[in-house]
Design a binder for this molecule. Structure first.
Ligand SMILES: *[C@@H]1O[C@H](CO)[C@@H](O)[C@H](O)[C@H]1NC(C)=O
Ligand SMILES: *[C@@H]1O[C@H](CO)[C@@H](O)[C@H](O)[C@H]1NC(C)=O
Length: 238
């Protein structure tokens, strides 16, 4: 009951300020080559030194469960109640990000828990605005490609991660362009879910991340001392 009441209070407060304060995060879709996110806010009344933007994923996370935060004073114009911050490259967590703007009145600072700069850790109260979602485009695209040795001297393993478990292949050959001498192997796929974790809190806590689908392709029949090229693919095969 108390929790509910607090929530309602917080919601009421947020609604009052939200009318004036806006927060946007662009672009809404991140691509492989462009992952820089720009966060802009305006109309924040009485800005305070430690007002901040919290980073969330998935967007259903509660206000307490931020992944990181940026103090608004990172923007030269923060005292005007408006500004802009950029985030260079957030990892693909296979869930959209959302950004939320919080006020943090000085009387509520607590130095019980501090971050690595010695600043108090945000508590996630007093949300005044939330951005739209920022997602990664083409979740089916292979990511995190790794090459490693395998058991046989004429084998090497290629592993990568995709957002779905559909069929993927590894192609490899002796020339840069696909053609003569190129071979193809189907990649095996595995994943795991939170319920597969053996104990609490791993099998129940909010920190769980969808690992995606892990693909494993074994290139065989490689000639020692020869240079090879390889590709991983997410196109359906005929
Ligand atoms: C912003 O405020 C924090 C906390 O007071 C401080 O550690 C940080 O250096 C400030 N950053 C800038 C750019 O002024
Ligand atoms: C987590 O694992 C423990 C130990 O196996 C088990 O007792 C508990 O029920 C599990 N919790 C969930 C939510 O699966």
């Amino acid at each position: 009951m108390l929790l509910l009441l607090l929530f309602l209070l917080a919601a009421g407060e947020a609604a009052a300020a939200a009318a004036a304060t806006t927060l946007t995060a662009t672009p809404a879709k991140l691509t492989q080559s462009d992952r820089e996110i720009t966060i802009r806010w305006s109309g924040l009344p009485d800005p305070d030194g430690l007002d901040y933007v919290g980073i969330y994923s998935p967007p259903t996370s509660s206000d307490r469960d931020f992944l990181g935060y940026l103090f608004l004073n990172g923007s030269a114009t923060w005292r005007t109640g408006a500004g802009e911050l950029t985030l260079p490259r957030l990892p693909n967590l296979r869930a959209p990000y959302q950004f939320r703007l919080f006020r943090w009145p000085a009387r509520e600072y607590s130095y019980h828990h501090i971050d690595h700069d010695g600043n108090p850790l945000p508590h996630g109260r007093h949300r005044v605005a939330a951005s739209g979602e920022v997602a990664f485009d083409s979740p089916s695209r292979p990511d995190q490609v790794h090459l490693s040795f395998a058991d046989g001297v004429d084998e090497m393993r290629v592993m990568f991660v995709c957002g779905d478990g559909g069929r993927r292949v590894v192609r490899y050959g002796p020339a840069k362009e696909e053609g003569e001498g190129w071979k193809e192997v189907a990649a095996e796929v595995r994943t795991y879910e939170q319920k597969h974790m053996c104990d609490s809190p791993a099998n129940s806590s909010v920190g769980w991340r969808d690992p995606g689908f892990v693909f494993d392709g074994l290139m065989k029949g490689l000639e020692p001392g020869r240079r090879y090229f390889y590709k991983v693919n997410h196109l359906p095969l005929l």
